[in-house]
Design a protein. Structure first.
Length: 310
C-alpha cells in the first residue's frame, strides 16, 4: 500500500511490516471470537429497539409509519438504532482508512481532518444506498429481501443476507490483506479511493440487511410506489448507521487535537497495521457470522452457542 506523507508517496510492501503474519492471524482470531460471542438478541432488541422507541416516542415496530416526513424520520432513527447490529458493526473497519485519508499535514487544519475522510466515505455510501433504494422500490416484492418464504427451512430474505454479507466480508478481508502488503493493493497510491470504496461497501449493507426496523422501512418505501422516496429513505438510513462512528471519530480527533491521526499517518507501517487488522477482523466476523453461524441456526452445520444466545 502507499500513504501520502508530506506530499511524498511511501510504498509499503509485505516486508516493511515484519509482524504482518501475526496481524493477519490476530485479525482472523478476533473475527471468529466476535462471531462466537455476538448476541443479536441483545444488540437488535435491547439496544436497537430501545433506542428507536425512545427517539420516536412510540413502539417503532408496531406503530405504522404515518406519511412521508414520518417515514424519513423513521429511516434515520432506525439507522441510528441499528448502528451496532451484526449487519452494520463492520462499519468500524473504516476508522483506519479514514485516518489515513486525512493525511499528516491535514491535522493542522482542525475539523478538515474529520470532514474530508467522512465526506469521501459518505460519497461511496450514498451512491449505493440511493441506487438500491430507487431500484428496490421499483422491484418491490420481487426482491428476496422482502420475501416471507423459505427454502430448505431457511428464510429467503436471509439467503440474500448470507450472500451479500459474505461477499462484503471477503472484500474487507482482501482490502485488509492488501493494506498489509500481502496481496496486491489496488489503492496503493489512492487512499481516498480506498475510503470511497469502503463507503460503497457500507452502503451495500442495506442490500443484505434483515434488521426488522429496516424491513419495515423497506416495505413502507415500496408501498409509497415512489422510487425517490426509497432513495431518500435509504440514504437517511445509511447516514444514521454511520452517525455514531463518525461522532466517535470526531471525538478522538478533538480530544487528541488531531494527534491521533497524525500519529497514525506519520508511520506507514503503523497505518497498515491498524487498517489491516480492523478490515481483516471485521471481514472475518461477517463471513463467519453470516455464512457459518447463521446457517447453523437452521440446522446447516454446527457452530458454538453461548448460553445467553439460547
Amino acid at each position: 500500500m502507499a500513504v501520502t506523507e508530506r506530499g511524498r508517496a511511501v510504498h509499503l510492501s509485505a516486508h516493511t511490516h515484519p509482524r504482518s503474519r501475526g496481524i493477519v492471524l490476530g485479525g482472523v482470531a478476533a473475527g471468529v471470537l466476535l462471531a462466537v460471542l455476538w448476541s443479536y438478541e441483545f444488540v437488535d432488541h435491547v439496544i436497537g429497539d430501545n433506542v428507536a422507541n425512545t427517539l420516536l416516542g412510540h413502539d417503532a415496530k408496531s406503530t405504522a409509519i404515518g406519511g412521508t416526513v414520518a417515514g424519513l424520520v423513521f429511516a434515520f432513527v432506525s439507522g441510528l438504532a441499528g448502528t451496532f447490529t451484526a449487519c452494520n458493526i463492520a462499519m468500524a473497519a473504516a476508522v483506519g482508512p479514514m485516518s489515513q485519508a486525512g493525511g499528516v499535514g491535514a491535522t493542522r487544519a482542525g475539523l478538515r481532518v474529520l470532514l474530508r475522510p467522512v465526506g469521501w466515505l459518505t460519497v461511496g455510501m450514498v451512491a449505493v444506498a440511493a441506487t438500491y433504494g430507487f431500484v428496490g422500490v421499483l422491484l418491490g416484492d420481487r426482491l428476496p429481501q422482502l420475501s416471507t418464504g423459505t427454502v430448505g427451512g431457511l428464510p429467503v430474505r436471509l439467503v440474500q443476507s448470507m450472500v451479500v454479507f459474505g461477499v462484503i466480508g471477503l472484500a474487507f478481508v482482501y482490502l485488509g490483506l492488501a493494506a498489509l502488503g500481502t496481496l496486491p493493493d489496488p489503492f496503493a497510491h489512492r487512499p481516498v479511493a480506498r475510503v470511497v470504496v469502503l463507503g460503497a461497501l457500507v452502503g451495500g449493507f442495506l442490500i443484505g440487511r434483515p434488521y426488522p426496523l429496516f424491513n419495515k422501512l423497506f416495505h413502507w418505501a415500496v408501498d409509497t410506489g415512489n422510487p425517490l422516496y426509497g432513495a431518500g429513505a435509504f440514504v437517511l438510513q445509511s447516514l444514521g448507521n454511520i452517525a455514531i462512528v463518525a461522532a466517535l471519530f470526531a471525538l478522538v480527533i478533538v480530544v487528541t487535537r488531531g494527534r491521533f491521526v497524525q500519529w497514525l499517518a506519520a508511520s506507514p507501517s503503523r497505518t497498515a497495521a491498524v487498517t489491516g487488522a480492523l478490515l481483516i477482523a471485521l471481514g472475518v466476523f461477517m463471513v463467519v457470522y453470516w455464512d457459518v453461524r447463521l446457517p447453523a441456526m437452521f440446522g446447516y452445520g454446527w457452530f458454538p452457542t453461548m448460553p445467553y444466545n439460547g
